[in-house]
Write a new protein. Structure first.
Lengths: 214, 214
C-alpha cells in the first residue's frame, strides 16, 4: 500500500468533509495572488480551531513551514490529489427530472473532478431531449455504455420508488460508487460505495429552527 | 407556548433531518392509494429501526393506532404542519451563478414550502436576465424589496469571499433565516438562524471512499 493510500484509509470522514472548504479558501488566496496561507488564515475564515485545521490538513500528508504556513499552490494540489479530484471521474446521472436537470447545469462539479458524461431516464417525454447541452438517453442504453466508457460513478436523482431499480441497473453495469440524491436507502453489494445526499433535510432543520424564533 | 411550539422546541435535529424522508415515503403511499402506513413499512424502506421510526414520528405529536399504524393523509399533514411547510415561505436568492441557477430551476423546493420569489446578483452580466423564468435583480434592490414583501428567508449562493457581504445585506433587510450554500461561516446576530449546506463535502467523502476500494 502506498503512503497516499494509507493516508486515505486513516483520514476521519468529518475531516474529509471539510477539505472542500479549505479548497475554496485556497482558491480565493490563489486568485488574490497570495503565495502563503497560515493555519490562522483558515481558522479565521472557517471558524475552526487552529488545532482542528492542523489535524485536518495533516491527514493529506502535507507538512507546513513554521511561521509561514503552507504554500498555496502546493496545498491545493495536495488536497486535489488526496481527494482524487485531479483526475476527472466520469459519472452517469440517472433521472432527468427537476433535481437531475439542476445537477446537469451545475458547473461546480467539474472543478471537483466530476464530469457527468451522460444522463438517463425512463420517460419518453424526456428521452432524446437536451438538458444543459446533454442529451437524455434511454436507461436501456446504460449498461452497455457504462462498460464501453468504463464509467465508475452513478448519480441517482429518480423518485424514491425507482431508486433501487436505478441502483440495480448501475451495479449490474459495473459501477463502483453511487451518489444517491433520492431518499431511499439502497441495497448494494459490499464492494459498491453509496453516499446519500438530501437537500430537503437541511431545509427541514432550517424551517424548524426558524419556527423556534416565531 | 402552544403544544406545537413545545414539540418544535424539543425535537432533536437528527429526527428533524429525517422527516423529509418520511414525507417522501408517505407521498408514494398516497399516490398508490394506500390508506394506512405502519412503523414496519417505514423501517423497511428507510433502513431505520422501528424504535427510531416511532421516536421520530412521536416528535410531531401524532399518535398511531395499534395494529394499523398511521393514516397516510393525516401523517402527511402533521409533518407538513410541524415543519411549517403547509405555508409557503418566500425566499430571496443571492448569487445567480451556476449553483444559484440550479436552485432556481429545482421545482422540489416549492413542494417543501419554499418559494424563491426573487434572485439577486452584483454582476451586470446577469442583472436583467431571466433564469428559469425569474428575472435577476440588482442586489441594491434587495433591502427595499425584502421589507415590502416581508421576506424572511435568504439563500446565499455567492462565492465564499462575497458571502459575508451578502449575509450583511440580508440581515440589514430584516431577514431572519439564511440557507448558506457558500463555504464561509457567517457572522450574524443571535436572532438570525443560519443553516450551511455543502454539496461538495458529500462528493469529497464519496471520492475518498471510492479511493479506499482502488
Amino acid at each position: 500500500m502506498s503512503d497516499n493510500e494509507l493516508l486515505k484509509n486513516s483520514a476521519p470522514l468529518p475531516s474529509v468533509r471539510r477539505l472542500p472548504l479549505y479548497l475554496t479558501v485556497l482558491e480565493e488566496f490563489e486568485r488574490e495572488g497570495k503565495e502563503w496561507i497560515s493555519t490562522t488564515d483558515f481558522s479565521e475564515v472557517l471558524f475552526l480551531k487552529p488545532i482542528q485545521v492542523r489535524k485536518d490538513l495533516a491527514h493529506t500528508g502535507i507538512i507546513g513551514k513554521p511561521k509561514k504556513g503552507f504554500k498555496v499552490t502546493e496545498l491545493i494540489s495536495t488536497i486535489y490529489n488526496f481527494l482524487g479530484w485531479n483526475n476527472l471521474t466520469e459519472a452517469f446521472l440517472v433521472g432527468a427530472g427537476a433535481l437531475g436537470s439542476a445537477l446537469l447545469g451545475y458547473s461546480g462539479f467539474q472543478r471537483h473532478g466530476l464530469n457527468i458524461v451522460a444522463a438517463f431516464d425512463v420517460s419518453v417525454n424526456v428521452i432524446g431531449k437536451s438538458i444543459h447541452g446533454k442529451e437524455i438517453l434511454s436507461i436501456e442504453k446504460l449498461p452497455d455504455l457504462a462498460r464501453r466508457m468504463h464509467v465508475r460513478l452513478g448519480i441517482i436523482t429518480v423518485p424514491a420508488a425507482r431508486a433501487q431499480e436505478a441502483a440495480d441497473c448501475l451495479v449490474s453495469a459495473g459501477i463502483s460508487g453511487i451518489w444517491n440524491f433520492s431518499p431511499s436507502k439502497l441495497h448494494v453489494p459490499p464492494n459498491v460505495v453509496v453516499q446519500r445526499e438530501d437537500l430537503s433535510s437541511g431545509l427541514a432543520v432550517l424551517s424548524v429552527k426558524l419556527g423556534r424564533f416565531d
